[in-house]
Design a binder for this molecule. Structure first.
Ligand SMILES: [Zn+2]
Length: 284
């Protein structure tokens, strides 16, 4: 019987966003630090998510090569570009590996993000930094992969940060790669969220909790976060969404929401995410 699976996490760190409109807080506006997770047995590996810019994608590919594992697939948790546009260099390094999603909605969303219009939008965030034509995931028809005799489950959960969220679950390790359902010490992407969408996101957090994981690797994680403890990550994600809803309900303008949430979560990474989320709640 093969040994248990290993889980290793690559963290991109924060990326500057040049010329972020409306942002004037001293420190440059940034994109949230993003993870890519290598799940591996003795020989083979699976990668969960694949970042976005060319330079971080190259670093990711070298990191996976350095593991000495033979990569079989890159599993995409949801169709947002910051989790799969960077797959190219990894796929080039492992020609046998496939780029996969477990739900047609993820495939469709990813395809939309990679259209010329979607690319124009993403290039406005990361000028000159994106691949020319990102690969789009294919639908993986089964909810389970076998990695050297160990089960890896790939499941749809529900709504989260504006796209259908799926997860990769290692039941024997009580570990979940949760994509953007939960965040770890990073402000959550609540841009254009509504009371209904936030309720739907909270239901996904509950569905994640029902799996009773002990470790959750979040799609966005502060590089200095203390651990991947599931109860801490679930509690903070739930509380953050609830606090945001309450704060919006009693505030009259974005600045009040920004200041109140920043005071409550002073150590969270990427305050620019909070700035955008607060600004989106009071359309002028
Ligand atoms: Zn994301």
């Amino acid at each position: 019987m093969a040994g248990s699976l290993s889980v290793d996490v690559f963290n991109s760190g924060y990326k500057p966003i040049p010329g972020a409109p409306g942002w004037d807080e001293g420190a440059p506006a940034t994109w949230p630090a993003t993870t890519s997770t290598l799940i591996s047995g003795e020989r083979d590996g699976l990668l969960v998510d694949a970042l976005i810019t060319r330079s971080e994608a190259l670093r990711l590919a070298r990191w996976v090569e350095g593991s000495g594992k033979r990569l079989r697939a890159v599993l995409v948790t949801h169709g947002h570009a910051d989790h799969f546009f960077g797959a190219g260099p990894v796929l080039d390094a492992f020609p046998g590996a496939e780029l996969l999603a477990c739900d047609q909605q993820v495939v469709d969303e990813a395809a939309r993000q990679a259209t010329p219009q979607g690319m124009t939008n993403w290039r406005s965030w990361f000028p000159e930094q994106l691949p020319e034509s990102p690969a789009v995931p294919a639908l993986f028809g089964s909810g389970e992969l076998d990695l050297e005799g160990r089960p890896v489950l790939f499941r749809s959960i529900g709504a989260a940060d504006g796209a259908l969220a799926t997860i990769v679950h290692l039941p024997e390790q009580q570990t979940v790669c949760a994509g953007d359902i939960a965040y770890n010490n990073v402000h959550m992407w609540l841009w254009r969220s509504t009371p209904n969408s936030r309720e739907a996101w909270l239901a996904s957090v509950d569905a994640l909790a029902a799996l009773e994981p002990s470790r959750i690797i979040t799609g966005h994680k502060d590089p200095d976060a203390p651990d991947d403890d599931a109860s801490r990550v679930l509690d903070q994600s739930r509380r953050y969404i609830e606090d945001f809803s309450r704060t919006v309900a009693r505030s009259g303008r974005p600045r009040e929401v920004f200041d109140a949430m920043l005071a409550r979560y002073p150590d969270f990474g990427n305050p620019y995410t909070l700035f955008l989320a607060a600004s989106s709640q009071f359309p002028s």
